[in-house]
Each structure stands twice: as structure tokens, then as C-alpha cells.
Design a protein around this ligand. Structure first.
Ligand SMILES: [Zn+2]
Length: 698
């Protein structure tokens, strides 16, 4: 007995010894011992990424080699399945790097990104253009009826085969070489575009030194600008930046037309300042390379190539869809412009309405018409309360609970972490990162450090989802108090997060087309201003008083206000995207000229600029939305109709409908054709009327 214990002790010692030996300095090479295997952020340093990537490439190359040297006949299991499970280490490091470079970057990460982009592109092409691998995939695809496959497996096989073809696997060796060069150059151009944009956004500041120059601005906005000045060591002054929570209120409230113009031009000229951060040459090159790529792959235009995999399918369908809404929205926007001009004239202003006036006068008209502005509602939209509201909705619909955890590593102090459970069972982790900073790109998005899937033995891998926004930050004496728009954005990203958390699939990978992926997010926006939901979360941050019915009524009444502007500025950007990506010949574009002509073609009025101009249109140049920006509006048709499914029952928390929405849509990821998913949920295709009504255009 004694001897046995001794032996056991020796064995344990050796075991511990070994374990210590193999534990690497690089956290990516170790099993993460953190709660829920969340990335151990405090251990991860910039120097760890590149070695982890290089080892990840090597491991995946080995995995691919073992697939293609398998002497057995190609089968779903030995080819498609193995391919789908390859690249574990790359997923591990890529999950962290991808999220960090967007949400918490620095010079070192930016340098790595530039170095990595072409290597990553080469690695992907090595796999996608590997003929032996493709022949195996093709053999499985051609013999697909011989295998007994689940629906998810059938879709995976179909996607794998088609994605390989779309990536150039069937091209001649000469064309494959051309494609590799194009992909490599594109990868680097996209990184440079994003880095320039961040530097341009951080580079502009409107510094105000005299109190009288703050005329018109509400106290909360002034306090925010004072806090920003403090952060930048300019105590006693007021600083406004190009970040939306700082810029928009200035444009809404500042009486100083000259300063509004200065700030607006700062925003509007991002990436177009003819300096070393200028993006015009970069995007002209991207546009040209995309045409060349689509021709190589046998498509007329890049949009034809991208749209093949979407619900819309063709550029013609997208253009005709956008035109229908454009025709309804432009007259409304023109009438809005006229009303603003009338107000200017009445006030004795002897000038013509300009884009930097729009926010200011629309706010004045809103106030006159509905006796409502953002400053009245902000106190009821404390960020923590809004988050409680969205958690409440998810609880009512899907039975989810969100438990705040402070014992889980985070990458920045602003991050709030929640464990998500249902019926006491773990569902996943949700991180929420809400405030702007120089290390974060603009906008709001949702991502994952780890996506839901099952491992090769069928064991569930739970998701770690992250949602990032640029919301109004707290000041010295006030918590973060949101505008209605910001509250909607939180609900929007939370909708994406729910799709990530409630995903229930077997195989890793796969992504939804842009014209479907916004359904889970946009449908959540419908709950944000429902009186039943408001009374749960919209409580005054000081008195806890529930938002008065009278304000709720004003909110409802003013809901469609400024809808012409919002629709037209969005549509202008969506059309610009489509114009760039339906260019038929590889030409060197003059970006400024192209943009002006593209907008003139549709008769965009000079008082409105596209929501994104070319030089800061991150979505389409670097964000994966090329020929896909229309997707938000396309999904607007779906979400308006899908929310109607709840409304029709007289219960916005109808659990049966919610269960159906989860089963047919949220849980499926990209494992089924989107239209089939929608039909399974709703039984019929939606028409455009619900969207127009929802936007107040009908
Ligand atoms: Zn979205």
C-alpha cells in the first residue's frame, strides 16, 4: 500500500514535471485554464500572434496533406468533414487577433496586420487552389447521392464545393497565379484602407476655447466635450471628435454654423485629404482588382460574383429593389429639405440649407412639431438600463438569463462580461464593449472569440460572443445616457449576439449572406420602443421614475420623423456600393469624379451626402459588405414582416413564435438556404409594403 502511494507520488511528480515542461510561453500553444476557456487576455502579448499564426499555418498544411494523401476513396467523412475541422489553432489565434485589431488595436498590432495579410492570403490560396484537394472534393460532390448525409452535411458539401470553384480551384495554372497575386494585393490594400481611416478619424479634433462658442449645446454634450479635453491634456477647453457620440450632438445643437461646417467637413473629408493617409488611390486599386478577379472567375462584374451567393442573386434585382424605395423616399427627403429652408428663411438666415445644417434644423423642427429631443429622453436611457431591457426581451422570448461575471479575463476595462444560461444550463459567454476610444474603429459590430460548433467527437463547443459599440460615454458626474438611436444600436448588435449564442450546429464555419444576416439583428430593434418594454427598462437614471406615458406617446408620434433623410442617405451609400461593383472593365477610376457622377445619376440632392463617402466606406472596402450594403434594407423587408408575426398574435413576447424563430432561423447559422429558412418560419415570402410602412414612406 505504501509502495503504491509512493509510486503514485512519483508518477504525479513526473506528470507535473512534464506538464510544466510542455507549457509554452506562448498562451496560444496552451490549453486555456480560464473560466469557459475565455482567451487569457492578460497573458497575450503582441509578440505571441505571429508565431501562433505560423504554427497554425503549419498545422493546417499537415491536416490538408493528410486529407489528400489518404489512400481511401474520397468520402464525406475523410474529406469534407476533415477539411471543415482543420485549422483549429488558426481559429484560436484568429479569433483573438481579428477582434483585437478592430476593438483594441495599437501600433504593434497594426504592423502585424500589415505583415500578416499577404501571408494569410497565400495560405488560403494554397488550400483553395490545391488541385488534388479540389479533385477529392469534386469526387465527393459528384457522388453526393451515394452518401447518407444529414441536411446540414448536404449544405456543407454543397457550400464547400461551390466555394472552392468560386475561389478559383477550377482555373488553369496560369490564371491561378494571376488570382493569387490579386488576392495578395487586395488583402494588403484592405488593411491599409482601415488603418488610414482610423488614423484620419483620430487625427481631427475641433477644439473650442471660448465658452460662447458652445452656444446651443446641451449641458450633457458640453460635459462630454470637457471630459474629452481632459483626456487629451487640454483641461479647461472642449474637444469634439469625429466619433459619432461626440460629432452628432454638435451637429444637432450647435448654433455656430461655421463650426458645424468645420466639423462636418472634417468628417466628410476623411481619407480624402491628399495626405499620406489618403484612401483614393487605394480604393481605385481595390475596385480595379475586383473587376479583374471577377473576370478571371467568369463573372461580368464583382457584384455578379458576390450576389450569386445571396438572396437577391443578381445586380438587377438589387438595383430594382433599391429603386423602388428610392422613388418613395426621395420626394419625402425633398419635402423635409423644403421645410428646413422655410425655417431658415423665417429665422432670417440668408443662406441655402447645406449638409452641415440638416441635423441642426431637423432637430429644431422635431422640437417644434413633437416637443421632443434627445436630451429629454437621454435620462431614461442609461446604458445599464437599456442593457437590462434587452436582456429582459431575450428572457421573455427565449428564456435566457444573463449573469454578470467579474472573474473572467477581459481585453479592456470597459468590457462587461456575462454568462448566458437557460434553465440553469450554460449557453455561452457575451462580452459587451461600449465606449469609443482611439484604439477602436468606428461603428458597431458583433463578433466571436469562439463560435458555437461541436468538436469532431460531437462534444458541444460553447460560443464566446463579443458586441462592440461606440456609445455615448459616461462623464465625471453622469453615467452613459444614450440617444434613442444608440439604444436601437445596442438592441441591433444584441440581435446578432443572440444568433451567435443560440446557434446550434455541428460543423464549424459558414456565414450568412449580407442580405439575410441583418434579420436577427434588425428584428430586435422593433422591441426597443415598444411601451411594454420601455416600462421595464426606461427608468430615469436619478429618480428611477419610469418614462412618462406622455414622452412615450411623443416617441411614437415622432418615430417616422426625418425618415426621408435617413432612407435617402442610406440608399445613396448602397447605390454607391453597387455602382462601384458593377463596373464592367478594369479601369483606373477617378474616385471623386466617380462618386459625383454616381450620385448625380440618381438625382441625390446636394443637402444630403451619402451616409458613407467612398474614402471612409469601410463596409465595402474592408468590412466584407462589398455589393452587400443594400442588405440592411433588404433585411428590413424581412424584419418588418417577421416582427409582424409576433404583432399579429397580439403578444410581442409570443413564446411559440419565438421558439419557431429560434428553431428555423437563429439556431441554424448558415446550414440552410436563407429563403427556405424564412419560409419555414413564416410560410410565405414577404412583400415590400411592410418595409415602406415601417419607414413611414407609405
Ligand atoms: Zn448588423
Amino acid at each position: 500500500m505504501k509502495r503504491f502511494t509512493f509510486l503514485l507520488a512519483v508518477v504525479t511528480l513526473i506528470f507535473i514535471g512534464c506538464k510544466k515542461e510542455i507549457k509554452s510561453d506562448n498562451p496560444f500553444f496552451n490549453k486555456w485554464e480560464t473560466p469557459f476557456e475565455v482567451p487569457p487576455f492578460e497573458q497575450i502579448m503582441a509578440k505571441h500572434f505571429m508565431p501562433a499564426y505560423l504554427k497554425g499555418f503549419e498545422e493546417e498544411r499537415k491536416e490538408i496533406r493528410s486529407i489528400i494523401t489518404n489512400p481511401k476513396e474520397p468520402s464525406f467523412d475523410n474529406t469534407i468533414k476533415m477539411l471543415s475541422y482543420s485549422g483549429d489553432l488558426l481559429n484560436k489565434v484568429g479569433g483573438v487577433f481579428g477582434n483585437m485589431k478592430s476593438a483594441n488595436t495599437n501600433d504593434s498590432l497594426q504592423a502585424i496586420d500589415r505583415e500578416l495579410a499577404p501571408i494569410l492570403s497565400r495560405h488560403r490560396d494554397d488550400i483553395n487552389l490545391n488541385d488534388t484537394l479540389f479533385q477529392r472534393i469534386k469526387s465527393v460532390y459528384d457522388n453526393r447521392n451515394k452518401f447518407k448525409l444529414t441536411d446540414e452535411e448536404k449544405k456543407l458539401l454543397d457550400d464547400t464545393y461551390k466555394d472552392f470553384v468560386r475561389s478559383g480551384a477550377a482555373l488553369s495554372p496560369g490564371d491561378k497565379d494571376k488570382l493569387r497575386k490579386i488576392n495578395e494585393e487586395l488583402s494588403l490594400l484592405q488593411v491599409r484602407f482601415g488603418q488610414n481611416l482610423l488614423a484620419e478619424t483620430n487625427g481631427f479634433k475641433l477644439v473650442i476655447e471660448k465658452k460662447e462658442d458652445l452656444s446651443g449645446l446641451p449641458g450633457s454634450v458640453i460635459a462630454q466635450a470637457a471630459t474629452m479635453a481632459k483626456v487629451l491634456n487640454m483641461e479647461g477647453k472642449w474637444v469634439f471628435t469625429l466619433q459619432v457620440p461626440s460629432m452628432t450632438p454638435f451637429l444637432q445643437y450647435s448654433d455656430r454654423r461655421d463650426l458645424r461646417e468645420k466639423l462636418f467637413i472634417g468628417y466628410f473629408m476623411k481619407g480624402d485629404n491628399d495626405n499620406d493617409l489618403d484612401n483614393k488611390t487605394i480604393i481605385a486599386r481595390i475596385a480595379r482588382l475586383r473587376v479583374e478577379k471577377s473576370h478571371l472567375l467568369g463573372y461580368n462584374t464583382f457584384a455578379d460574383y458576390v450576389l450569386e451567393k445571396t438572396m437577391a442573386k443578381t445586380p438587377e434585382k438589387v438595383f430594382s429593389f433599391l429603386a423602388q424605395v428610392w422613388d418613395a423616399a426621395l420626394p419625402v427627403a425633398k419635402a423635409e429639405a423644403e421645410a428646413q429652408q422655410e425655417m431658415i428663411d423665417k429665422d432670417g438666415g440668408k443662406f441655402k440649407l447645406a449638409p452641415w445644417d440638416w441635423w441642426y434644423y431637423s432637430e429644431k423642427i422635431r422640437k417644434a412639431k413633437y416637443d421632443l429631443d434627445d436630451e429629454v429622453t437621454r435620462p431614461y436611457f442609461k446604458i445599464d438600463n437599456v442593457m437590462e431591457g434587452m436582456f429582459y426581451v431575450a428572457n421573455q422570448l427565449y428564456g435566457l438569463k444573463f449573469i454578470k461575471r467579474t472573474d473572467i479575463p477581459k481585453y479592456h476595462p470597459d468590457v462587461n462580461t456575462f454568462e448566458v444560461t437557460r434553465d440553469g444550463k450554460h449557453i455561452g459567454i457575451l462580452m459587451i464593449d461600449n465606449y469609443p476610444r482611439g484604439s477602436k474603429r468606428g461603428g458597431a459590430w458583433c463578433g466571436a472569440f469562439r463560435s458555437q460548433r461541436r468538436n469532431i467527437n460531437g462534444k458541444m463547443i460553447y460560443p464566446i460572443v463579443t458586441m462592440v459599440t461606440n456609445s455615448t460615454p459616461p462623464t465625471a458626474d453622469k453615467p452613459s445616457l444614450l440617444t434613442r438611436g444608440e439604444a436601437s444600436t445596442l438592441f441591433h448588435e444584441f440581435g446578432h449576439a443572440l444568433a451567435g449564442l443560440l446557434s446550434n450546429k455541428t460543423y464549424p464555419g459558414g456565414s450568412l449572406p449580407r442580405d439575410f444576416v441583418e434579420l436577427p439583428s434588425q428584428i430586435m430593434e422593433h422591441w426597443v420602443l415598444e411601451p411594454e418594454v420601455l416600462k421595464i427598462y426606461a427608468k430615469h437614471y436619478q429618480t428611477s421614475e419610469i418614462i412618462p406615458a406622455e414622452i412615450v406617446e411623443k416617441l411614437e408620434k415622432s418615430d417616422k420623423f426625418n425618415t426621408g433623410f435617413l432612407t435617402v442617405e442610406y440608399l445613396a451609400a448602397a447605390l454607391l456600393d453597387m455602382e462601384y461593383h458593377t463596373i464592367k472593365e478594369p479601369i483606373d477610376l477617378d474616385i471623386k469624379d466617380f462618386e459625383i457622377k454616381a450620385m448625380d445619376k440618381y438625382g441625390l440632392i446636394p443637402e444630403i451626402k451619402p451616409r458613407y463617402r467612398s474614402t471612409y466606406f469601410n463596409h465595402i472596402w474592408a468590412g466584407g459588405y462589398s455589393s452587400g450594403y443594400y442588405g440592411y434594407l433588404w433585411c428590413g423587408v424581412l424584419d418588418a414582416d417577421a416582427f409582424q408575426a409576433f404583432k399579429e398574435t397580439g403578444n410581442i413576447f409570443n413564446k411559440e413564435i419565438a421558439a419557431k424563430f429560434e428553431k428555423e432561423i437563429l439556431s441554424r447559422g448558415a446550414t440552410k438556404d436563407p429563403l427556405d429558412m424564412y419560409l419555414a418560419f413564416r410560410g410565405k415570402e414577404p412583400g415590400i409594403d411592410a418595409l415602406l410602412k415601417n419607414r413611414g414612406l407609405k
